[in-house]
Design a protein around this ligand. Structure first.
Ligand SMILES: O=P(O)(O)OC[C@H]1O[C@H](OP(=O)(O)OP(=O)(O)O)[C@H](O)[C@@H]1O
Ligand code: HPA
Ligand SMILES: [Mg+2]
Length: 186
């Protein structure tokens, strides 16, 4: 797998350090809420980030997943994501923190927040490991007094590792790196 990577953008150590900082910020921001937040991971990409983040949050949080996909086996979004797994928990009147690995065009998050808003969450926050603002097509809204947390701004490359895939591969790399263009142009 490593041979398909052009260069590493964030090492395992850099990821660990930033995830810990994000978790401390979330802990501080939600410590005084009467009901602790629900962390809602967007499968599949967010599974590693969510697992690391949640263990560093010092609050009795709940965890749930929703599954969205729009990239399939390409490096371009199909537009509206397909949702193939909905939330299990009742999120009505709850504080929800959507946990994403990356915001790219914004399509996934825009649809997802609209979907969760209809279910009556009292606030919707977003915690994304990466944000690639140069590729944004649609904006998403936070709901109630929702907050925005971002690990790193991502340059305009297709990146893989730490949960992020190309055609379902590379998710298990410990770092995040730029995929060699010849891999997706094959
Ligand atoms: O802002 P966008 O352009 O919508 O891109 C971001 C979304 O794309 C990826 O999911 P993907 O569709 O690849 O599914 P996956 O998580 O199963 O890899 C990523 O995990 C985000 O959920
Ligand atoms: O750069 C990316 N890498 C992997 N998955 C993605 N989904 C949106 N952007 C990306
Ligand atoms: Mg993907």
């Amino acid at each position: 797998m490593e041979k398909d990577i052009d260069r590493i953008l964030w090492t395992e150590e850099a990821l660990t350090q930033r995830v810990t900082q994000l978790a401390s910020q979330i802990t501080a921001d939600f410590a005084s809420c009467p009901s602790p937040p629900i962390l809602l991971g967007v499968a599949t990409g967010a599974f590693i980030f969510l697992a690391d983040l949640v263990r560093e949050i010092n609050l009795p949080v709940s965890v749930d997943f929703i599954r969205a996909s729009s990239y399939g086996s390409s490096t371009h979004s199909d537009g509206a994501p397909k949702f193939s797994l909905d939330v299990k928990l009742n999120i009505q009147d709850k504080h929800v923190i959507v946990v994403e690995d990356i915001i790219d065009t914004g399509n996934t998050l825009c649809c997802l927040v609209a979907h969760l808003k209809k279910k009556g969450a009292s606030s919707i926050s977003v915690c994304t490991l990466l944000d690639k603002p140069s590729r944004r097509k649609v904006n998403f809204e936070l709901v109630g007094n929702g907050k925005y947390y971002c690990g790193f701004e991502c340059p305009d490359y297709f990146v893989v590792g730490y949960g992020l895939d190309f055609a379902e591969r590379y998710r298990n790399l410990r770092f995040i790196g730029v995929l060699k263009p010849e891999i997706y142009k094959m």
